[in-house]
Ligand binder design. Structure first.
Ligand code: AMP
Length: 125
């Protein structure tokens, strides 16, 4: 039997509320498939979140269940966001915490985009 990767989605999460316009955000980019906005608690000079508009909990959920147009749209939106905030061509890092053990707090898939400064080693040792 195939594994069902679709995870139950709680549409009261904070990013779902931003997508519905119930909460404000500092928008960088909006496309058919994605929204990019500044993180409310930045940990780098540039810290932007890029989220798919669809209801996906995590990277696994998205990668396994999203239609290809949504995956392509999301990946392209990340690249375009990097250009819009000047992180490209300077250099930047993208990161997705997937699951509680990785530190994912908001159960709607998001990619962090960090830039605007030298970023140092990937993980503290
Ligand atoms: P994670 O720990 O990977 O789930 O990251 C969640 C991120 O969402 C954190 O970096 C928070 O600072 C950020 N965040 C939480 N609420 C908001 C909000 N209303 N607007 C923008 N960023 C937010």
């Amino acid at each position: 039997m195939p594994i069902d990767h679709k995870q139950p989605y709680d549409d009261s999460n904070i990013f779902a509320r931003i997508l519905r316009g119930e909460l404000p955000c500092r928008k960088v980019l909006e496309t058919d498939h994605a929204l990019a906005f500044h993180d409310i608690n930045p940990v780098a000079a540039v810290h932007v979140l890029v989220i798919p508009k669809g209801a996906y909990v995590s990277w696994d959920d998205f990668a396994a269940t999203a239609p290809e147009a949504e995956i392509a749209g999301f990946v392209r939106a990340i690249g375009e966001t990097a250009r819009l905030v000047g992180a490209e061509p300077q250099g930047y890092r993208i990161l997705a915490n997937s699951g509680k053990r990785a530190g994912q707090e908001v159960p709607h898939l998001h990619v962090h985009l960090f830039g605007g400064q030298p970023l140092g080693p990937m993980l503290a040792r």
